[in-house]
Design a protein around this ligand. Structure first.
Ligand SMILES: [Zn+2]
Length: 290
């Protein structure tokens, strides 16, 4: 029968079990044990440990390698993590207990981070415990509330910055569009060549989007298309007004030249945007493939 030393150990020691994670205590030390398919983790927060103590603890456990094979020791900040690899089956209970005792023995004998220090401030007298990402810690409620408030303030600030930045990019795209749009409005009567301004509207918009520190998001293309067509619409109205064309007479013969040039401008804008969209699509796909 395959060993289940995880289950044996945590039931024997009255741990609080939540599937493959279990929480227990040795003296005042909080222990989290995690069972994965191919390894076990012993996780022990040591909020008051000094850098020297860290080094000594790690080198001591390394020196015990023979007694605890396939064991890897490291710190995640001030949390000791001991990983026991189990490539085929779980290690026997005896072996696990031996490893556990070596670790706890050293920590207790050297009084490393003893008592009930708060995970947030490191001070004593934290009697409540909290589970953060499945690891149990001591904490002061005040410290927790303070930390949560700080995180919320930080997130709010980030969210605001994001909104502002997206806005910046769109304004940039609009400024770029206006620039080329005005040039087309001035020279539109010359036909195809000035229509190139409209064809390159997306390109100039992209440049200005970047120059205004706009964010590169999935919406980038939509922002540029929107900016381009707003400007196209306004420029067409300006052209129609300047040419003194009555809406009712828009398609009469005498207005044919103006209307043809407007049509060329619309086509150029559409074409430019279509190319931009395809380029962007390809770019995103390549991004995913990587
Ligand atoms: Zn505290």
């Amino acid at each position: 029968m395959a060993h289940n030393s995880y289950y044996e150990f945590v039931t024997k020691n009255n741990y609080e079990i939540n599937k493959n994670v279990a929480y227990g205590k040795v003296d005042d030390y909080l222990i989290t044990i995690y069972q994965d398919v191919r390894f076990k983790l012993i996780i022990i927060p040591l909020p008051k440990i000094t850098d020297d103590q860290k080094k000594q603890l790690v080198s001591y456990l390394k020196s015990q390698k023979k007694e605890m094979p396939r064991t890897y020791v490291y710190f995640d900040n001030r949390v000791l993590v001991v990983k026991i690899k189990e490539p085929f089956t779980q290690i026997p209970l005896e072996q696990f207990e031996k490893t556990f005792d070596i670790i706890m023995g050293y920590i207790k004998d050297n009084h490393i981070s003893s008592g009930k220090p708060c995970i947030f401030c490191g001070n004593e007298g934290a009697h409540e415990t909290i589970k953060i990402t499945n690891i149990e810690y001591y904490y002061h409620r005040n410290c927790y509330d303070k930390a949560i408030k700080e995180i919320e303030a930080e997130q709010e600030k980030l969210a605001q910055e994001e909104v502002k930045q997206n806005y910046n990019g769109f304004i940039g795209a609009l400024v770029g569009s206006i620039l080329f749009g005005v040039l087309w409005a001035i020279f539109y009567e010359k036909g195809l060549i000035p229509a190139l301004f409209m064809f390159f509207l997306p390109t100039i918009s992209l440049r200005f989007h970047q120059a205004f520190k706009g964010k590169f998001t999935k919406n980038l293309v939509n922002e540029i298309i929107l900016a381009n067509f707003i400007v196209l619409f306004i420029v067409i109205i300006v052209i129609i007004i300047r040419a003194k064309i009555n809406l009712a007479e828009m398609f009469t013969k005498e207005n044919q030249v103006v209307m043809t040039n407007i049509f060329i401008g619309i086509t150029a804008t559409l074409l430019g945007n279509l190319l931009l969209r395809n380029r962007f699509k390809r770019y995103m796909q390549e991004d995913i493939k990587e």
